[in-house]
Each structure stands twice: as structure tokens, then as C-alpha cells.
Design a protein around this ligand. Sequence first.
Ligand SMILES: Cc1cc2nc3c(=O)[nH]c(=O)nc-3n(C[C@H](O)[C@H](O)[C@H](O)COP(=O)(O)OP(=O)(O)OC[C@H]3O[C@@H](n4cnc5c(N)ncnc54)[C@H](O)[C@@H]3O)c2cc1C
Length: 420
Amino acid sequence: MTSAHVVIVGAGFAGINAAKKLGNKSGIRVTIIDKKNYHLFQPLLYQVAMAGLSPAEISSPVRSILVKYKNIDTVFGKVTNINLSNQIVQTEFKQYEYDYLILACGASHSYFGKNEWENFAPGMKTIEQATEIRRRVLTAFELAERENDPQKINSYLTFIVVGGGPTGVEITGSLCEIAYFTLNNEFKNIDPKKTKIYLIEAGKKVLANFSDSLTAKALADLNKIGATVLLNSRVENITQEGVWLNGKLIPAATVIWAAGVQPSETGKLLGTELDQLGRVLVDNYLNLKNYKNVFVLGDQAHAKGKNNLPLPGLAPVAIQQGIHTAKNIIQIVNGKSPSPFEYFDKGQMATIGRGRAITEFSGIKLSGKIAWLCWLVVHILYLIGFRNKFFVFCQWTWSYITFGRGARLITNQNWKNNDS
Ligand SMILES: Cc1cc2nc3c(=O)[nH]c(=O)nc-3n(C[C@H](O)[C@H](O)[C@H](O)COP(=O)(O)OP(=O)(O)OC[C@H]3O[C@@H](n4cnc5c(N)ncnc54)[C@H](O)[C@@H]3O)c2cc1C
């Protein structure tokens, strides 16, 4: 009997969980392709940007995660084309025939058509972007320290985060901690306590997916730790000088974009129906219309939840879809019927800063230290690999006790040898 060949594109939350479930299953051969050689734990990316963790602590090589599965081949490469009729996935260097295809390429930033803003306000989806944000944040303090012009110092010591979702709130909280605790006492000419940290949100509340009582707590927490939250405020322009709001400029050397995402461009390679955001429309089995052997998962899929609304772009959605699809493929290969996907909502959580978070699950609402501890435990549990869990736990304990940050490196953008 020849094995069914499953090709998985994307080793993110959906892809890696599908692969693990298909691992060592007889009658199935798996090829997983990713343009990166590592799986990235995106929920903790902001900690890399905020110098709390190092990139390697939140990522693991795909090859080593899957090494124990003899039926899985790991390929480092970018998928450039997909031929649905001939069942072929094309990378830059080779093509792969499949019996079943799982497409799970995630999402990137959306600047709502204002792509020119990216230069002045990087978003945070990759390690490269997170380390660039870290570079800009730490550099701003150093430049302020050696500057004499008060206006320039003011600009260096003003940080603006655009977007009041979980990522924007987490970054804002961390910036407050860096400015008001970590760097306090480290400079001779500037007072980091004078740093201004703005969080700009177009909607009427931060963390809009949470219930009103919890978002009110989050807002109060942000104000308490020193952030200035501007609600109902739509950014008009972002330039090298700062952010334009209501016809006025807020001068700021550092702006961070946490406002919007768009699905991976690979969805367009399918040539099938996409929703307004560019997500691939899939049915209850996560199948592409008319293609029972093609599954699209995670952030790049538009799958409907119980209330007929699209499922949110969250790690638990991607994880559950990956596992479910793998089980369905095993069923089909064994001559059984697949089952429709149903998302089990385990609730949501967001951290605001040291000892402050909100969580909401099954009607239970928590805030403050208890919610924060829940957030810590869940994130450690979901990290891949014992080494990462252990190091992140140690880093967090050390940071909690000392207010320190272990990864305060300003790394140069210019990688060529310029030491001479
Ligand atoms: C900063 C940040 C914070 C977040 N915080 C949370 C949180 O607190 N809680 C939560 O639940 N969710 C959070 N999310 C969302 C969560 O990370 C995503 O929902 C989840 O990663 C989606 O999983 P995925 O498998 O669909 O895609 P991803 O995990 O993004 O993986 C996609 C993979 O596809 C690969 N890929 C893309 N294009 C190609 C190509 N052409 N060829 C080969 N490979 C390709 C990529 O390299 C990547 O490895 C956060 C996201 C970000 C960016």
C-alpha cells in the first residue's frame, strides 16, 4: 500500500499541531514546509520587542520539534505557487505533489492601505520586526541622553503605540515598566520618569473583545502605570516627526504599530473565493469549496463559529483546527467519514503589565494579580519545548524580583563588518 502524502504549508500553531497529530501514523507521509526554520510563539513576541526575552526563548526549530516522527519530512522553503488541479505545491527550488494539502500561512500587518507608515511605525509579527522595535526603543533613550535640544529630547522620550488590542496594551504596559522602573537611575542627563507613553485607539475602548467591566479595569490600570490612552482617536498620518491626530502632531521618535492584520498572500495562490480581508473561505470541515482534500486553517482561513461569525485570529483556534484536520485526514485515509470542526472557546486573557491582567472564561471574569498569574501559567504551558518553558520561567522570576530586563541589546541593522 502506498502512503497518502500530506503537505503542510506553515509551521505555525495550526501547521505544527497538525503535523504532530499525523506523526508516526501508518499509511501517512507528511512534508511540512515553512519559509522560516523555526516555530515562533507570537503571543510572547512583544517581550522580545520590549527586551524581556531573547528571540531563541520563544522559538524552536521545526526540525527538532518534529524529529521523533519518522514519517515527517521538514522543508525550509517558501511556497510560491499552488496548483489545485494537479495537486502540486511549488517552492522556490522544488515542487511537491500532495494527496492532502493543509495551508496554514498565518497573517501579516495591515496598514489599511498606508504602507508608507511601516518605515516610521514597524509592526510586530516576526523576530526581525520585534528586534527592530527593541533597537528603536533602547536607542531613543540613548539618543535622548546625549542630546541638548529639549524638543529633541521630548521627541526621543515620547513613545506612541497605535492600536488598543492585546498586543498594543501589552507593549504599552511594558514601555511604562521600562521607562519608569527598569531604566530609572541608569541615566545621568535625562530622567526616564519623564517619558510619555501614548496608546492610541480608534474605537471607544481598549481590548474591545472583553466585557465592559474588564476593559474599564484595563483602562484604569493603564492610567495608573503612567500611560496616556487616547480613545476614539483615528491616526491621520505617521511621519518621521511623529503621529498626526485631529490635525495636530504628537512629536515622537518611536511609533509602534499594533493596529491591524491581513492574511497571508498565499491565499491568493488558490484562485478561490476570499472574504473582504483576504481570508480563504472554508466550509465546516475547513475544506476549500469543491476541494475535499484541501484544508485552510488558522489566521488565513475564514471559518464560521457558532454564531455564524468568522472565528478570531487566535492561537487556540489555529491549534484546535490543526489537530482536528489531522484527525479528519486520518479518518479519511482509513475509509471513515470526517467530522465538522467546532471551536471550543476556552476564554481570553490579556496582560497589562506587572501584576496586572484581565481574563474571561465561561462567564468568569478575573483581573489583577490572579488574572496575571493565570496569564503567566497559560503562556508557559503553551510554549513549545521544556528548555524554552524553563528559561522563560527563570527570566520572568528574575525580572519580577529585580525589575530588570535580560535582553537589552541594541543590535545594528547593518550586518556587514564595520568595526574597523
Ligand atoms: C504580536 C502577537 C501577539 C499575539 N498574541 C496572542 C495571544 O495573546 N493569544 C492568542 O491566542 N493569539 C495571539 N496572537 C495570534 C496568534 O499568534 C495567531 O492567531 C496564530 O499564530 C495563528 O496561527 P497560524 O498557524 O494560523 O499562523 P502562524 O502561527 O502565523 O504561522 C504561519 C506560518 O506560515 C509560514 N509561512 C507563511 N507564508 C509562507 C510561505 N509562502 N511558505 C512557507 N511558509 C510560510 C510562516 O513562516 C509561519 O511559520 C498574537 C499574534 C501576534 C502577532
